[in-house]
Design a protein around this ligand. Structure first.
Ligand SMILES: [Zn+2]
Ligand SMILES: [Zn+2]
Ligand SMILES: [Zn+2]
Length: 730
C-alpha cells in the first residue's frame, strides 16, 4: 500500500471511536495466538493476555493494527470516516426562523439541493450566485473558504426533519522555509438540521463565518427573518441543574464596580455548593458567559459533558456521541427554551425576553449604532419605553444617557442644548462665556474626530468644547458640565425601528407615532402624549385654499414654475422696509418670497423682527382663531451636483435637505420653537426636504406644541403659478 493510502487510512480511522474499532476486531474472531502475535508486533512488547491488552491499547496503536493487518479496506475506512467525523466534540449553533415554512420537506429537499449548486462563498464568506462552470482555482486570490458542497440530504423522523451534510475547504496559512508564506486547504465538514414543525435550524459546524453564511442564505431562501438563541443565565438555570455545573466563565456586569475582575473562569465540581458561602458574595456582580455541566442524556450510559455559551452555542464533549440521540435532546431543549421565552412575555420580563435571542443584534438599528456601550443602551431604552407605556401615569423614568452614548445614537435622536443654572432653585439659562456676548443660544456641533458633541454660541460663534465656569442670567457662577448640557428627543425613525422590534419579537406594544413623544432630559426618559393637531398642510392656509392644485396645471406651466424656484432669494436684499418694491422692478430674475406672501395676504406679510431666526411673518385667520405665522425661508441655493443626490422635479434638479445636512434649518427651527411667543411656524424651502428631516421637524414642533407646516418645491409650483398669473401685477 502506498504511503499516501496509509496516511489516508490513518486520518480516516482517527475519527472512529476506539470502542467501535475494538468491536470490529472482536467480530473478526481472531484466534488467541494470532491476536497475541499481532499485538506484539505492533507494540514491540511481550503480551501475556491478548484480550486484556487489546482493551488497554491506545487509540493510536489500534489504528496501526488496523493498517498493518489490513483489517478493513480503504473503502470501508472511508465509510467509517464519513459516519463518525461529525460526532467528535460537536458544536451546535442554534437558530429560530421567524415565519412558518409552508413547503413540505420532500420538495424542499430538491430545492435546497439545487440552491446550493448555484451558490459559492465569496471573499467575505457570504454565499453569492454563481455561473454553472465555477472555477475557483482560476482566481489569483485564494479565499479563506472554498468549494462549499452539499454531500447528502436526508429526511428524518417521519419527514419532519431535514438533515443536510456539507463539506468545504478552509485555507491554512503557514511560513515555509526561508519565511515564504504558503497555504494549504484543509477539508472540513458539518451538517444542519431543519426542524420544520418548530422552525428550528441547528447548524453543526466549527466556523462561525460558515454558520452565518448558511443561516443568511436560508433566511433569504425561506424569505423569513431569523435569530440565534441567546442562552442567558436566566434560561439556562431553568433547564440545567446548577448542582451539575462543573465550570463557569464569568464576566463583570456593565456599569458596576470598576474594581471587579473583567472576567474569570471557575472550575469546581462543587461550584454551586461553595458559591453559597458568604465570602463569595461578590460573584453575584458577575454575569455568566458560559457554563459546563455533566448531563444525563437519554440513550447515553455515562453523563455527557455539555458546554452552554450565552453566545448561542452548545458543545458536547465526547468522542462517540450518537447523532440521533443528541438531536432529539437538542430539539427538546430548544422547545423548552421557547416555552421559557413565552413565559418571559407573560410575566412581563421584557428585559430578559429581548436579550434571550440575538434578534436585536440583527436589526439595521443595531448595525447603525457602532458603539458597544450604546448598543447595550438600546436594550435598556426598549425596556424603559415598555415600562412607561405600561404605566401611563408615570411621566419619566431614570435613564442614564451621557453624551458619548447620545453621540452614537446621533442618527436616531435630536439633540438640543439645555444649559441650566444649578444654583438652588434658579434654573435660569446660562450665558455664553465670551465676555460681552451675553447670548444664551447655543448650537450643537459634532466633533467627528473625538466622537462627541460640543456647543457653539449662536451669536459670537464661540465654541464650548469642555467644562467651563459659566454665568446664568441672574449672575450665578456655575460649574458647567458639557456632558450634562445636552438633552434628546427620540427621532421618529427610532420609534419606527423600535415598533418593528416590538412586532418581530411578538411583543404586544406599539408606539403611536402620531401621539406619543419620547425625550431624554437630564438623564430621565420622558413619555408624552400629544393629541392636538400641530401639523398642517400648505393648502389648509386660508390664503392658498382657493388656488388651483398642481394636478390642474399644464406641464409647461409646471416646468416654468419649477425653474422660477431656482431664483428664489432667501432674504431679500432690500428687506429693511423697502422690500415691497423690489419685485420685478430692479432685477427681473430675483423672486422675493416675502413679496409673494405679501401679495397673497393683501400686503400683511412683513419681515419678521421679533427674533433672529424667522425671516418673515403674516397673519392668517383659521376657524380656531387668528394665527401669526412665522416663516423660515431656505433658498434654492446652487444647482446640486451629481453626487449631491439631485431631486428631479419637472425637469429641474433640486438640492436635498436631510436630517444630517440641512443648511442649519434644524437649528433655526429649533430656536424658533423655543420662543414662547411663537405659535405657528412655516418652513418654505427651495430645496426638497427628506422624510428624516421632515419627521424631525414635526417631532420638535409637537414637542414644543407649535403649529407647523412645510412648503417645498412641489407646493411652491401652484403657489407661484397662481401668483404670477393673478397677483403679480395687482
Ligand atoms: Zn442662576
Ligand atoms: Zn457668544
Ligand atoms: Zn423683496
Amino acid at each position: 500500500m502506498s504511503q499516501e493510502k496509509v496516511k489516508q487510512k490513518e486520518l480516516f480511522l482517527s475519527v472512529v471511536p476506539k470502542s467501535y474499532l475494538l468491536g470490529i476486531i472482536n467480530n473478526k474472531k481472531y484466534l488467541r495466538d494470532e491476536l497475541k502475535e499481532m499485538l506484539e508486533f505492533i507494540s514491540h512488547k511481550k503480551i501475556i493476555n491478548p484480550k486484556r491488552s487489546l482493551n488497554n491499547v491506545s487509540h493510536q496503536i489500534l489504528i496501526k493494527l488496523f493498517i498493518e493487518y489490513e483489517i478493513l479496506t480503504l473503502e470501508e475506512t472511508k465509510d467509517l470516516y464519513l459516519q463518525f467525523r461529525d460526532n467528535k466534540n460537536p458544536i451546535f449553533y442554534l437558530y429560530k426562523l421567524q415565519d412558518e415554512i409552508k413547503e413540505d420537506l420532500k420538495s424542499l429537499k430538491t430545492k435546497l439541493n439545487d440552491l446550493f449548486k448555484t451558490v459559492q462563498l465569496d471573499k467575505e464568506h457570504n454565499f453569492i450566485q454563481t455561473e454553472k462552470e465555477f472555477e475557483p482555482k482560476k482566481r489569483d486570490l485564494l479565499y479563506k473558504y472554498e468549494e462549499f458542497t452539499l454531500i447528502n440530504i436526508k429526511l428524518l423522523e417521519k419527514n419532519t426533519i431535514l438533515e443536510v451534510s456539507f463539506e468545504y475547504l478552509e485555507r491554512i496559512d503557514y511560513l515555509s522555509k526561508n519565511y515564504i508564506p504558503k497555504s494549504v486547504y484543509d477539508l472540513k465538514s458539518g451538517f444542519f438540521w431543519f426542524d420544520k414543525n418548530n422552525q428550528l435550524l441547528i447548524i453543526k459546524c466549527q466556523n462561525t463565518a460558515i454558520n452565518e453564511a448558511i443561516i443568511s442564505l436560508l433566511g433569504n431562501f425561506f424569505k423569513t427573518k431569523y435569530w440565534k438563541f441567546s442562552l442567558r443565565k436566566e434560561i439556562v438555570d431553568e433547564i440545567f441543574d446548577r448542582k451539575e455545573m462543573i465550570k463557569n466563565s464569568l464576566i463583570a456586569s456593565q456599569n458596576t464596580d470598576p474594581n471587579l475582575f473583567n472576567s474569570m473562569v471557575i472550575k469546581d465540581i462543587e461550584f454551586e455548593k461553595k458559591a453559597q458561602n458568604p465570602q463569595f458574595k461578590f460573584l453575584f456582580e458577575y454575569e455568566r458567559r458560559s457554563s459546563s455541566y455533566r448531563m444525563d442524556i437519554e440513550g447515553f450510559t455515562n453523563k455527557v459533558k455539555v458546554v452552554i455559551a450565552e453566545y448561542g452555542k452548545i458543545s458536547l464533549v465526547g468522542k462517540s456521541l450518537k447523532i440521533n440521540l443528541y438531536r432529539k435532546w437538542l430539539i427538546n431543549l430548544l422547545i423548552e427554551i421557547l416555552e421559557i421565552h413565552e413565559n418571559f412575555i407573560k410575566n412581563n420580563d421584557i428585559s430578559i425576553y429581548i436579550k434571550s435571542s440575538d434578534f436585536i443584534e440583527r436589526t439595521a438599528l443595531y448595525e447603525k449604532i457602532k458603539n458597544n456601550e450604546a448598543r447595550t443602551k438600546l436594550y435598556e431604552l426598549i425596556e424603559k419605553i415598555v415600562v412607561l407605556k405600561e404605566n401611563p401615569t408615570v411621566r419619566n423614568i431614570n435613564f442614564f444617557f451621557p453624551m458619548n452614548i447620545g453621540y452614537n445614537f446621533s442618527e436616531f435622536v435630536i439633540p438640543y442644548p439645555n444649559l441650566r443654572c444649578s444654583n438652588d432653585d434658579c434654573n435660569a439659562t446660562l450665558l455664553c462665556p465670551n465676555k460681552g456676548c451675553e447670548s444664551y443660544k447655543f448650537e450643537i456641533k459634532k466633533d467627528i474626530r473625538k466622537r462627541r458633541y460640543y456647543l457653539k454660541c449662536s451669536k459670537c460663534k464661540a465654541k464650548i468644547t469642555e467644562d467651563h465656569n459659566l454665568e446664568c442670567i441672574d449672575n450665578h457662577k456655575v460649574n458647567f458640565k458639557l456632558d450634562e448640557s445636552i438633552d434628546y428627543i427620540l427621532h421618529p425613525s427610532l420609534k419606527i425601528e423600535i415598533n418593528q422590534i416590538f412586532k418581530e419579537l411578538n411583543l404586544a406594544y406599539e408606539i403611536d407615532n402620531n401621539v406619543e413623544l419620547f425625550y431624554i432630559r437630564e438623564n430621565k426618559l420622558y413619555r408624552k402624549e400629544e393629541l392636538n393637531k400641530f401639523i398642517y398642510k400648505w393648502d389648509e392656509l386660508p390664503i392658498f385654499q382657493e388656488i388651483p392644485k398642481i394636478e390642474e396645471l399644464t406641464d409647461t406651466n409646471k416646468k416654468a414654475q419649477a425653474r422660477r424656484i431656482t431664483e428664489v432669494l432667501e432674504k431679500c436684499n432690500k428687506r429693511k422696509g423697502e422690500c415691497r418694491n423690489c419685485h420685478l422692478k430692479d432685477k427681473k430674475e430675483e423672486i422675493c418670497l416675502l413679496w409673494i406672501f405679501a401679495s397673497y395676504s393683501n400686503g400683511q406679510a412683513h419681515p419678521h423682527t421679533g427674533t433672529e431666526f424667522g425671516d418673515f411673518e403674516f397673519p392668517q385667520s383659521f376657524t380656531t382663531g387668528l394665527e401669526n405665522i412665522i416663516g423660515i425661508a431656505k433658498s434654492y441655493g446652487k444647482k446640486p451636483t451629481e453626487n449631491q443626490n439631485p431631486q428631479k422635479i419637472f425637469d429641474v434638479d433640486f438640492g436635498l435637505l436631510t436630517f444630517k445636512s440641512n443648511d442649519n434649518l434644524l437649528e433655526q427651527f429649533f430656536q424658533l420653537c423655543m420662543e414662547g411667543t411663537v405659535r405657528f411656524i412655516m418652513v418654505v424651502s427651495g430645496k426638497e426636504i427628506d422624510t428624516g428631516l421632515k419627521n424631525a421637524l414635526f417631532e420638535i414642533a409637537r414637542w414644543k406644541q407649535k403649529k407647523f407646516l412645510i412648503i417645498t418645491p412641489k407646493e411652491l409650483i401652484p403657489i407661484f403659478s397662481y401668483y404670477f398669473a393673478n397677483l403679480v401685477n395687482q
